[in-house]
Write a protein that binds this ligand. Structure first.
Ligand code: ARG
Length: 579
């Protein structure tokens, strides 16, 4: 079933090109940049002109003549040097919407060859409080996970917990210093463990001996000495519980809670493989693997550190091998701070040299930082690190100020208000993040992020709640959903916007870019607003028009709910505002 407008048009174009003996690869049509002139445009004639040694206008005219035979087009024109401009007829558009509205997936195409895609997007570190820098990885990754699932891929979201490096050894060393041994480790909670880590960081900075000691303990823990492993298990468990709380609050989910530690055994195999392939060499006491320097200096991969341990790089390489061997992953994507781009370049190059993931697509989608009003990484008022927990709390406090008090609205006691505060605040935090390109940083603005007017999550939640209210009132008036018609200019604008759903979702999927969905949701809500002002529903006397518009409104509601869901944001049935 081919429901989506962009696909229908492109298929028609390709058929016409083929009929005329033209290369159908050039038939691609895109939504018009000039909606005042046309709905779609195609520049294929210009591309073909060169190879065919013909005037592009002549080719475009030929295509236009053929297209005119199809009555789905209202107007086909050739403009400028040979651009094709296509306008659709209203009945045809209405028909597409009608089909969308009866399809469970709203007419969005599914992927024809589903792949196993591993998404690596958490990256929190054990025993360290999650801070604002961890927001983007989780929020972007969760959205991409939902987009990939919706498209039809088999998705595995992996948190890739930092649970294996020197920090763990530092904490254990600090506990030993404090208690004389590790016997009390299991009585410590996350706050105490975090405190030990803080102390250890200060100590290791000043004291070479303490640093060396932490390194030795890290090696013992990694080598599996029972006492150290047992203590480490506790640190890991307590950390995961604390991390899960943060992710639960944000509705960020993972299919897999693997950590760097889960790559340990495989790291030995990676070392063997590098040796077998003659890629490993000793350098200043470390075992390294050199990489090719194409345009810029490429530091080597450290396979085994001088102290005998494994580091960050080999851990990622070994993890890739496990993902390929155990899940047959065909694509692996990383949503990690862009400051780690060199690390991933090195890892991908090493994987290629080692030939452990042939044909597997890998890419690092580096994100920019979350900044405060001063453009510098977001801090608390006194200049400290903004923990994720604190950020969520501050955001909820802001949102709560805009809500009626418990009991002021019928049916909304303290519990219901708090639930709504949560949905709105988390929606606002996530949308503020996702409306920005992944690669660019942004300013977290506590004054703007939850405004009901403007490009925010609550604005869209509001638009949905407004349509819900229209649907409820219509039901009271026994107004039912009718056959969709497109007549007014505002109806046409909205209809075309709705019909672009498929292409928006597919672009977001291709580019792994949730901001495309955020943008589209925002404009759709705006265009709906224009439609609703021009095309009354509840007060419209003409039954056919009223029931058609109600059908369109419901389709907009369902579309917006889907879009928020793809962003990982909930859509409350009703929204409240302080009187
Ligand atoms: N834990 C790392 C850090 O805090 C981020 C991990 C990112 N993911 C990965 N596969 N390397 O820097």
């Amino acid at each position: 079933m081919n429901l989506s407008l962009d696909n229908i048009i492109n298929e028609k174009m390709a058929n016409v090109f083929t009929t005329l003996g033209l290369d159908a690869n050039m038939a691609f049509c895109k939504t018009s940049d000039r909606p005042d002139l046309s709905d779609f445009q195609c520049n294929g004639a210009l591309a073909l002109a060169k190879s065919m040694h013909k005037n592009p206008r002549e080719i475009a005219m030929m295509i236009a003549n053929e297209l005119q035979k199809d009555n789905c087009f209202d107007k086909v024109s050739v403009d400028g040097p040979g651009f094709l401009n296509l306008s659709l007829n209203n009945d045809f558009i209405a028909n597409v919407l009608q089909k969308m509205s009866t399809d469970n997936e709203l007419g969005v195409q599914k992927i024809t060859n589903p792949q196993t895609v591993v998404l690596d997007y958490g990256g929190p570190n054990a025993a360290k409080a999650m801070h604002v820098g961890h927001l983007r990885a989780g929020v972007i990754g969760e959205s991409v996970r939902r987009i990939e699932k919706f498209i039809g891929n088999k998705v595995i979201g992996d948190v890739h917990l930092g649970d294996w490096g020197t920090p763990m050894g530092m904490i254990l060393a600090e506990i030993v210093r404090h208690d004389g041994d590790l016997s009390k480790t299991e009585t410590y909670d996350i706050d105490q463990i975090t405190e030990f880590y803080k102390q250890a960081t200060i100590r290791c900075k000043e004291d070479e001996e303490a640093k060396e000691n932490a390194r030795i303990i890290t090696a013992k823990m990694q080598d599996g000495e029972a006492e150290y492993r047992k203590a480490w298990q506790h640190l890991r468990k307590v950390s995961i519980d604390a991390i899960k709380k943060n992710y639960d609050a944000l509705d960020v989910n993972f299919d897999l809670w693997w950590g760097e530690s889960d790559a340990h055994e495989m790291s030995y195999k990676i070392v063997d493989l590098a040796k077998e392939k003659g890629l490993a060499e000793m350098d200043d006491g470390a075992l390294i693997m050199r990489l090719e320097e194409n345009n810029k200096p490429m530091p080597p991969i450290i396979l085994i550190k001088r102290d005998g341990g494994f580091g960050y790089q080999i851990t990622d390489i070994a993890t890739i091998k496990r993902r390929v061997d155990e899940f047959q992953a065909k694509e692996i994507y990383y949503f990690v701070d862009q400051r780690q781009s060199l690390h991933f370049e090195q890892v991908f190059q090493a994987v290629e040299k080692l030939e452990i993931a042939p044909g597997v697509k890998m890419k690092h989608y580096g994100f920019g930082t979350v900044n405060g009003a001063d453009g510098k990484p977001f801090k608390t008022r006194d200049g400290g690190v903004m923990t994720l927990e604190n950020l969520i709390k501050l955001s909820k406090d802001r949102v709560r100020e805009s809500m009626p008090a418990a009991g002021e609205v019928e049916g909304y006691g303290a519990k219901e208000i708090e639930n709504l505060v949560n949905q709105v605040a988390i929606g606002a935090i996530k949308f503020q993040d996702l409306k920005n390109n992944t690669a660019s940083g942004y300013i977290f603005d506590l004054d703007d992020f939850a405004k009901f007017d403007g490009k925010t999550g609550p604005y869209i939640q509001y638009a949905i709640a407004r349509i819900n209210s229209i649907l409820r009132k219509a039901a009271e008036k026994n107004l039912t959903i009718g056959q969709i018609k497109v007549q007014l200019a505002e109806e046409r604008d909205l209809a075309l916007k709705l019909a672009a759903l498929n292409s928006a979702i597919w672009r977001a999927h291709n580019e792994k870019e949730p901001s495309i969905i955020a943008d589209y949701a925002y404009t759709l809500a705006q265009v709906f607003s224009g439609f609703y002002n021009a095309a009354p529903i509840l007060s419209e006397e003409n039954k056919e028009l009223a029931t058609s518009r109600l059908a369109i409104a419901k389709l907009v509601r369902n579309t917006l709910v889907l879009l928020l869901n793809l962003l990982g944001i909930e859509a409350p049935e009703v929204m409240l505002k302080k009187a």
